[in-house]
Design a protein around this ligand. Structure first.
Ligand code: ZN
Length: 95
């Protein structure tokens, strides 16, 4: 079976959202919904469901970006708290 499927980079396939075995089929059927099987090679993909992992990863990245910016704005301009709520909510959703 290893001779039949090409030796593909799992990182490249993951970034392209393709099947980890054949690199041809799509990994997701929705925005974050993993397909049950690969449409090309039939690989069972149910074990690749990451659950809430991607959401937590995004939350950490946004936290590292937004919190220093909010602290810098607070230390530099000292705006009222309502302005922080108005500004940073849309910034977080936009990012
Ligand atoms: Zn496949």
């Amino acid at each position: 079976m290893d001779d039949y499927y090409p030796n593909l980079s799992p990182i490249r396939n993951g970034l392209a959202c393709k099947c980890p075995r054949c690199g041809g089929g799509k990994l997701f059927s929705g925005y974050l919904t993993v397909r049950e099987t690969c449409e090309v090679c039939g690989l069972d993909l149910r074990g690749h469901d990451s659950g809430d992992g991607p959401a937590v990863f995004i939350i950490f990245i946004l936290g590292f970006l937004v919190v220093p910016m909010a602290l810098w704005v607070e230390m530099t301009y000292m705006p009222p708290l309502w302005l922080h709520a108005v500004v940073w909510g849309p910034v977080i959703i936009g990012l």
